[in-house]
Write a protein that binds this ligand. Structure first.
Ligand SMILES: NC(=O)c1ccc[n+]([C@@H]2O[C@H](COP(=O)([O-])OP(=O)(O)OC[C@H]3O[C@@H](n4cnc5c(N)ncnc54)[C@H](OP(=O)(O)O)[C@@H]3O)[C@@H](O)[C@H]2O)c1
Length: 362
């Protein structure tokens, strides 16, 4: 089969599109013909090897195994079951499935505490086991969920990581309520769009953020009530946000970029008793510049997030089937053009939405 693997970390030339052996199918495994897969922000980090939790040691994520090489990237995948192991009970050949980005180990201590997203003693596709950038994948049956008939392979794969995780951010970590104001930085990215859509669904007013003026109309069309352009001065944007919130300040900020500019703007615009969720950017390098006095003066709530629980992934598929959310695809490229796909996701200009991969087109 055709697949993309990396044998070392580095620039796009480490991505090797080639013929590889078909995956083995164990007695509890399901073999799936991949119909849609993607390039996510984390695939770029995994390829570059520039993320601290890939290595063992002080910065590692508790319970998460180190990233092995060679690796097949691709956190997201959907497809059709072609073969099942002798002990598989939930799936039959011909059924459509979503590969779980965050499978759970229900027996580990964290899952028993309700934190299945922090499961230990489990492998994550495209991280510690082969990911979806291939024509076929084989995984244990509890790594898949049935895909509703009215949901396309592409739509389900495009949002499989971002929507469940961002649902957990807004619903479980921030507890966003109708009429709350939420600022979502990096709004044009996969995570940003997903957070925007969930927040709108919950009745919140959303302030989007971009560094690129040309994206503003897209972000308004996607539902932002106000968009901040970070080429403007912090003080100008602070005033704009104060006006938008009638001088109350924002209730919530979700920070996806690690930008010092945005961190400063958030600390100047968050309301007393507000909630802050720092999620992304170059997590190893940039401490969030919050002083004890900021916690005191604002009585600030700061929450972390890592991935999604099974319930968040179930909610995602249901909302997709009910047409309440709609993942945005920027472009679909053949898997053979994996280098172009990574360059587009990493360095492309004016990108709004996901870069997808089709393992079967030329
Ligand atoms: N903690 C978790 O569980 C979790 C889960 C998923 C993802 N993440 C992290 O969340 C982040 C967002 O993911 P994503 O897939 O949506 O990423 P993405 O598509 O690569 O980027 C999001 C957006 O951020 C803006 N941006 C990027 N670098 C910036 C910078 N230096 N300063 C200001 N803005 C910048 C860009 O928008 P403009 O060009 O419009 O400014 C970009 O479209 C990533 O860092 C990812 O690793 C964390």
């Amino acid at each position: 089969m055709k697949a993309v693997r990396i044998f070392e970390h580095g620039d796009v030339d480490v991505l090797k599109y080639d013929d590889y052996p078909m995956p083995e199918v164990g007695e509890y495994d399901v073999l799936v013909k991949v119909m849609a897969t993607s390039v996510s922000g984390w695939d770029l980090k995994y390829r570059r090897g520039d993320f601290y939790h890939l290595k063992e040691g002080a910065g590692a994520l508790p319970g998460r195994k180190a990233f092995p090489l060679p690796q097949q990237l691709g956190r997201e995948a959907t497809g059709e079951v072609v073969e099942v192991g002798s002990r598989v009970t939930r799936f039959k050949p011909g059924e459509r499935v979503l590969g779980l980005v965050h499978p759970e180990n229900p027996y580990c201590d964290n899952a028993i505490r309700g934190l299945g997203n922090l499961s230990t003693e489990i492998d994550y596709p495209g991280h510690t086991m082969f990911g979806g950038n291939a024509q076929f994948i084989s995984r244990p049956e509890h790594y898949f969920m049935p895909l509703p008939d009215n949901v396309s392979f592409q739509a389900a794969a495009a949002g499989a990581w971002a929507y469940p995780t961002s649902y957990r951010i807004v619903q479980n970590r921030l507890k966003v309520k109708p009429n709350d104001t939420i600022m979502v930085t990096g709004t044009a990215g996969g995570m940003g769009i997903a957070t925007l859509q969930w927040a709108k669904l919950m009745g919140a007013r959303v302030i989007g953020v971009t560094r690129n003026e040309e994206k503003i109309p897209h972000l308004i069309k996607l539902g932002c009530d106000q968009v901040i352009d970070t080429t403007q001065k912090v003080e100008e944007n602070r005033q704009l946000m104060q006006h938008f919130t009638q001088n109350k300040g924002i209730d919530h900020a979700v920070e996806f970029t690690g930008s010092a500019y945005l961190q400063e703007l958030i600390l100047k615009t968050i309301r007393v008793g507000g909630n802050l969720c720092p999620v992304g950017g170059d997590m190893s390098q940039h401490p969030f510049p919050v002083r004890v006095m900021d916690f005191t003066r604002l009585e600030l709530n700061m929450v972390g997030i890592r991935g999604s629980r099974l319930i968040d992934q179930v909610t995602y598929l249901q909302a997709l089937s009910d047409k309440k959310i709609e993942p945005v695809v920027f472009k679909t490229l053949p898997l053979s053009r994996i280098v172009d796909a990574h360059l587009l996701a990493e360095k492309g200009k004016n990108i709004v939405g996901k870069v997808m991969l089709d393992p079967w087109s030329e």
